[in-house]
Design a protein around this ligand. Structure first.
Ligand SMILES: C[S@@+](CC[C@H](N)C(=O)[O-])C[C@H]1O[C@@H](n2cnc3c(N)ncnc32)[C@H](O)[C@@H]1O
Length: 336
């Protein structure tokens, strides 16, 4: 196996957190993008949390094959499933983390101690090349602050739906910063999250490839709105990286190299923060930032619209943003 970059020892300690059991606490200031944890699974579990029940025999076999010390550590993990299932399955369901899009999960002794926040300051990602889970800081984390991940990684439901899910699946009422907003602010946030969801998830205009190919300009303006909403909500997790990639994809489809390049660079930077430079998707984005034309859908809607490789020279800040989102030029090709 390739050399695995070490996790940063001493960045956190595991200790009791009021009302949450154990949790991860930063022992010193952790800068945005820092790798906090790199961990191999104790074992992998077939299926997602939803259908793990049917995999009980496999899970039992995995637990039996562990060493005595590993079994001790496994049985010391939290189980909030009560009588809904056997203790072994209860521990797995309470603690397993997803392994990318592979519809399987992993049991990680260390990462299992990280608590949830709906506005997390860290992101967990399965790195298939390394065969390790990584946890990265999404923003600067001050010493003594709790390190949190989202148990609903990549989705944005409103308050009621979040509370219902967390209570059903993990038996706790979330009191994170987002869930503790005053009523009026919470309603505003819920409204934004609902909009984010309709653009970003559920095959919204920005993500549905058929719509992107059919109406790229409309999809592009939807992604623009998505960025505004993500910024308003302070969301910098996987949803931000995905929005950058969606914007790249649309610009690439219409053969707008200059804009595609800027968005690929942003997607790469965002992925690097949350998953590191050795993550397979980050590596792919890094390549696209150099060679946007290598994207398989590049120019699918037409021959090259814009031959320039760079954004207009010397512009930055607001001027750059104005240029980036102004697609008047696309209308020459009757894109809607
Ligand atoms: C994967 S474990 C996390 C580590 C756990 N606190 C422990 O002591 O091992 C998940 C469980 O931690 C608790 N938990 C996680 N996040 C929480 C939060 N934000 N508020 C309260 N409890 C939380 C819940 O009991 C949940 O079922």
């Amino acid at each position: 196996m390739a050399d695995v970059p070490a996790s940063r020892d001493g960045l956190y300690t595991i200790k009791p957190v009021t009302g949450k059991g154990l949790g991860f606490i930063a022992t010193s200031k952790i800068s945005k993008g820092t790798r906090i944890l790199l961990e191999v699974p104790l074992f992998k579990t077939p299926g997602s949390t939803k259908d793990i029940g049917s995999a009980e025999i496999i899970v039992l076999r995995e637990v039996k094959s562990l060493t005595k010390d590993q079994q001790r550590a496994f049985f010391a993990l939290q189980n909030v499933q009560g009588r809904k299932c056997t203790p072994v399955l209860g521990i797995v369901i309470t603690n397993m983390l997803p392994l990318g899009g592979s519809n399987s999960g992993g049991l990680f002794l260390e990462a299992a101690r990280i608590n949830h926040s709906c506005q997390p300051n860290a992101q967990h990602t399965w790195n298939n090349d390394l065969g390790h889970l990584t946890v990265h800081a999404l923003r600067d984390i001050e010493a003594d602050r709790e390190i949190t991940i989202s148990y609903m990684s990549g989705v944005s439901p409103g308050y009621v739906e979040r509370q219902r899910y967390l209570m059903n699946a993990f038996s706790f009422a979330c009191a994170c910063e987002l869930c503790s907003l005053p009523l009026l602010a919470r309603a505003g946030s819920d409204y934004n999250l609902d909009q984010i969801r309709s653009i970003d998830e559920d095959e919204g205009a920005a993500t549905d490839l058929d719509q992107v190919l059919e109406r790229p300009a409309k999809s592009f303006s939807q992604v623009h709105r998505l960025f505004e909403l993500l910024e308003e909500e302070g969301i910098c997790d996987i949803r931000f990286a995905r929005a950058c990639f969606n914007a790249f994809q649309i610009a690439a489809v219409v053969g707008d190299k200059a804009r595609a390049k800027v968005f690929a660079e942003r997607a790469y930077a965002a992925r690097k923060v949350l998953a590191g430079d050795d993550n397979p998707t980050t590596i792919e984005f890094k390549h696209l930032a150099k060679q946007p034309v290598d994207y398989h859908l590049y120019g699918k809607r037409m021959e090259c619209y814009d031959d320039s490789w760079e954004a207009p020279r010397g512009i930055c800040g607001e001027e750059l943003e104005n240029w980036l989102w102004n697609t008047d030029g696309w209308s020459r090709y009757s894109f809607s």
